[in-house]
Design a protein around this ligand. Structure first.
Ligand code: GLU
Length: 546
């Protein structure tokens, strides 16, 4: 067979050579040790937590080393493509503070190694496809889907490995005349790699998992589909070589195709990137109590949009993902409570390889700590940003009262054990609603220990002796005096010891006051809250009970 003639027949328009491609995409000029990483999401419109998880690793590995982190859109499967999906990915990553140095942008490309959308790189793949045909390492295959199905059935019945290889690779040895005839007859073809029958093993050192040993590829796998678009396997190898990725960070579901990738890197004479196969995201199943993979259908928390809609702060997500990703992160955080997260020395070798457990309760608790450490001004601006998108009325409200809001965000933060009331921006709209008359409402029931007459008497006394300039201890002495006068125990333990001697205790009185002022029995310090609200609002809210 004249391989050059076949290559010319299959790829008449390709004039460039692999060398031309090497020149067009030269090795990057980066300092020694700088890493180049990427994410390669498919533009399906669904950005999942796994995308962010891998992005965060790539971002750290690149930026920690002074390297480059880029976005490549893997759109080889046009059936799954959704319009606007590139923007969705970029916006979601942006929201979570993951920024790309280069790659696909909304309306094109940013960088010298593009195009960064795979379908626009068809010409580039074809250069290498032609080159492989010339070297007798690839051939056109005309098998129909029915023929392939039949083979699969036969293989299943014979308990053989599934796939096109050896005797099943029916188009391997077609003559150039037969190929021409098929093409002239309008038959569709795919380009297959010519696999080697072998019992050798390959060994790859994965940066996360250590040494992986697996049988060398013997499959005639597909390089180009019938529309000339590459498969993931071919595109991955060509792109990560030409874009000069040093590390390929991707989910562990790709481990089984590693032999194909290794084969391609070898025959093309290219250096393999460092592979990092990350653990699948898991959760505890509510019904069975066992671990299982997160599912797109059952688990809203798999979608990145869930965290945006809930208003989880990007800082909390990073902190949460780093906890999942590096076993020593939590320890580091305890030792460096105020350090910027980017100071944490992220390391691939500290990654867990058993499934990463996504525990939303843990996320919420991390989020409370993270918001607890944030300056009130930062909370205000992040929260406002979220409200503008998801709760316009609340955005108006906190924009109308910026000073009150900042003061409210500072309530309880200077105590020995600072309050951590806020978990998410969505929950903040609920929790903070009592600071504004526009959203204030009484949610909890008044304590039953205080009858109607006593309640009225309490509020009348409270208001007549109320002096907004009292400091917290003078204020509390007044509350105690009224409590005592109304027949309630000033010390809760006195009431506990002799419940018959009192109508109730100071706890009931202050709960009543707190509910009148905030709507909730569980709310921050009354004196502090009163000073955030201001005298007019305090009096107006309490007068309703007189
Ligand atoms: N498009 C692939 C995916 O979404 C990317 C895998 C990779 O990063 O190589 O799983």
């Amino acid at each position: 067979m004249d391989n050059n003639a076949l290559a010319q027949l299959l790829f008449p328009d390709v004039t460039a050579s692999p060398d031309d491609m090497e020149k067009r995409f030269p090795p990057r000029q980066l300092p020694e040790g700088a890493n180049v990483t990427r994410i390669g999401p498919s533009p399906t419109g669904f950005v999942h937590l796994g995308n962010l998880y891998n992005a965060l690793i790539g971002e750290r590995i690149a930026h920690q080393s002074g390297g480059v982190f880029y976005l490549r859109i893997e759109d080889t499967d046009s059936k799954r493509e959704v319009e606007g999906a590139v923007d969705t990915v970029i916006n979601a990553m942006n929201y979570f503070g993951v920024h790309f140095d280069e790659g696909a942008v909304s309306d094109g490309d940013n960088g010298a190694y593009g195009p960064y959308r795979q379908r626009q790189r068809k010409d580039i793949y074809h250069v290498f496809a032609k080159h492989l045909v010339e070297r007798e390492l690839a051939y056109p295959c005309f098998m129909t889907a029915e023929e392939i199905d039949e083979i699969r059935e036969q293989q299943t019945a014979n308990k053989e490995n599934p796939g096109i290889y050896g005797k099943y690779a029916k188009c391997r040895d077609l003559t150039i005349e037969q190929i021409k005839e098929n093409i002239d007859a309008g038959k569709e073809w795919v380009l297959r790699f010519r696999g080697t029958e072998t019992d050798e093993y390959i060994s790859v050192v994965d940066a996360v998992r250590g040494k992986l040993e697996m049988p060398r590829n013997n499959m005639d796998f597909v390089l180009l589909k019938s529309d000339g678009i590459p498969t993931y396997h071919f595109a991955h190898v060509v792109d990560d070589h030409l874009m000069r990725s040093t590390h390929v960070i991707r989910g562990e579901e790709w481990i089984s195709s590693l032999p194909m990738h290794v084969e391609l890197f070898n025959v093309l004479g290219w250096k393999q990137p460092i592979y990092c196969h990350t653990a699948t995201l898991m959760k505890i199943d509510e019904e069975t109590g066992g671990k299982r993979k997160l599912s797109k259908r059952k688990d809203p928390e798999l979608a990145l949009s869930y965290y945006q809609q809930e208003g989880i702060s990007p800082d909390a997500i990073w902190e949460f993902l780093l906890t999942l990703l590096n076993s020593n992160f939590e320890e580091w955080r305890i030792a460096n409570p105020d350090a910027d997260i980017n100071e944490f020395p992220y390391s691939l070798s500290k990654m867990s390889i058993s499934g990463a457990l996504v525990d939303l309760d843990k996320l919420r608790s991390i989020s409370k700590d993270v918001i607890g450490r944030m300056p009130a001004e930062k909370i205000y601006s992040e929260w406002l940003g979220w409200c503008e998108k998801y709760n316009a009325d609340f955005a108006d409200l906190i924009r109308r009262y910026p000073e009150r809001t900042i003061a409210a965000l500072n309530v309880g933060r200077n105590a020995a054990k600072p309050r951590k009331d806020l978990e998410t921006w969505k929950q903040a709209c609920d929790f903070m609603s009592f600071y504004y008359d526009e959203t204030f409402k009484i949610s909890d029931d008044m304590p039953a220990e205080v009858d109607d007459a006593t309640r009225k008497e309490f509020f009348a006394e409270y208001l007549s002796s109320y002096d907004h300039s009292d400091d917290s201890s003078v204020w509390f002495d007044k509350v105690k005096a009224i409590t005592d006068k109304l027949g309630f125990a000033v010390k809760p333990k006195d009431y506990k010891k002799n419940p018959d001697q009192f109508k109730g205790s100071i706890v009931h009185i202050t709960n009543m006051l707190r509910i009148a002022l905030t709507g909730h029995a569980n709310a921050p310090d009354i004196h502090e809250v009163s000073h955030v609200l201001g005298e007019d609002i305090v009096r107006a809210r309490l007068e309703k009970f007189v």
